[in-house]
Design a protein around this ligand. Structure first.
Ligand code: SAM
Length: 341
């Protein structure tokens, strides 16, 4: 775990470069940054990036750096052009896994050099704390930080030319998307009830609630075009065209009943592939939808009746299995969890 300590921050002139220290720390694999001077604006900027782009990077400003550094339980590095060359020391440093890296702003007090276990230079030429930190982290992680994934609300898709960003819409954006596709009252009331049920189940199970929320609200967007069995496939296509995060697209595509097997898909004339929900978020939304008829919540017995009346025996067995699986994860039957909604 790597903690970055930034000292000498002057809020009136260093905002931009200290923000860059924090963003480089986050993007190149450090877990947190601590900054000596209190700076709420800087803290909020970095927290916003974390909230949008993901991960659990931590920032705190306004700490007493010297006692923080002295009390740090781990290996303390001061990055300075006066130090020993990084290439000579990095293997030794890498054998420690709890590291504090100090970078300065203007003049770094001599105490930092004395408290540090290592004073390390990235060349012995004067340059920048941002560059020094980036090189240090890259050498420490041996480049593996470049493969790190974040799965935030905003995900940049690598492109040879142009820009492609996929995102997880919040509740308000989901309703706007539905309305822009022409969803009427019936669809809106239905998805809002499914959302209520899905979020209740999500309270009991470890999952990504942002995905559950967006998946529940958008699962029937395809019904703005068709009420046939292919509405899930049509909905997924609509969302793909709007650059919605792939995890939500899959929730929508796999929400029918307890999913559709490849063989059933072929029989039903759908593009031939497996539509069985796999992730926990896919399962929660698919089954929340099962437990809602129009805008009314129903229980497992009523749901089984509905399927048996339509002679959909195989699908009903799969749905019951999903119901029991989710109930088991919640430690309580879903009918009890949803009955007061
Ligand atoms: N002149 C200041 C001093 O003597 O402490 C340093 C100012 S420098 C602009 C700000 C920070 O960049 C330093 O505290 C150090 O962390 C980092 N830095 C700059 N050049 C470096 C180098 N060659 N190697 C390692 N760190 C460097």
């Amino acid at each position: 775990m790597i903690t970055v300590l930034r000292i000498g921050h002057r809020p009136f002139r260093d905002k931009r470069i200290t923000t860059h220290v924090a963003l480089v720390a986050r993007a190149f694999g450090a877990s947190s940054v601590y900054i000596d001077q209190r700076d709420d604006e800087l803290e909020n900027t970095v927290k916003r990036v974390v909230s949008n782009f993901g991960g659990d990077f931590y920032i705190k400003t306004g700490i007493e750096w010297k006692s923080f550094m002295k009390n740090f339980k781990g290996t303390k590095i001061n990055l300075t052009m006066y130090g020993e060359p990084i290439e000579k020391k990095i293997d030794e440093i890498r054998s420690n896994d709890n590291i504090l890296v100090l970078v300065g702003a203007e003049k770094v007090p001599i105490d930092a050099y004395l408290i540090a276990d290592y004073n390390i230079s990235v060349t012995n030429q004067p340059h920048s704390e941002v560059a020094a930190l980036a090189i240090f982290l890259d050498r420490y992680f041996n480049g593996s930080e470049l493969q790190k994934t974040y799965e935030g609300k905003i995900n940049v898709v690598p492109m040879s030319h142009g820009k492609l960003v996929k995102y997880i819409p919040d509740e308000e954006q989901c309703l706007m998307i539905l309305k822009s596709e022409g969803a009427g009252d019936l669809i809106i009331r239905h998805v809002q009830t499914v959302y209520k049920v899905a979020m209740r189940i999500a309270d009991f199970i470890e999952c990504d609630k942002k995905l559950v929320a967006a998946g529940a609200l958008l699962h029937d967007i395809g019904r703005t075009k068709t009420n046939n069995i292919d509405h899930a496939v049509v909905g997924a296509e609509i969302l793909r065209s709007k650059n919605i995060d792939d995890r939500i697209v899959r929730i929508v595509e796999r929400h029918t009943g307890a999913g559709i097997t490849k063989e059933e898909a072929e029989r039903l004339g759908l593009p031939v592939k497996d539509y069985i929900p796999e992730t926990i978020e896919e399962k929660i939304v698919a089954h929340a939808d099962n437990l809602v008829s129009m805008d009314k919540i129903i229980n497992l017995d009523q749901l089984m009746d509905k399927y048996e009346r339509k002679n959909l025996h195989e699908a009903s067995i799969r749905i019951k299995k999903l119901h029991n699986e989710l109930s088991g994860m919640c430690g309580m039957d879903l009918d009890d969890i949803t009955k007061d909604l």
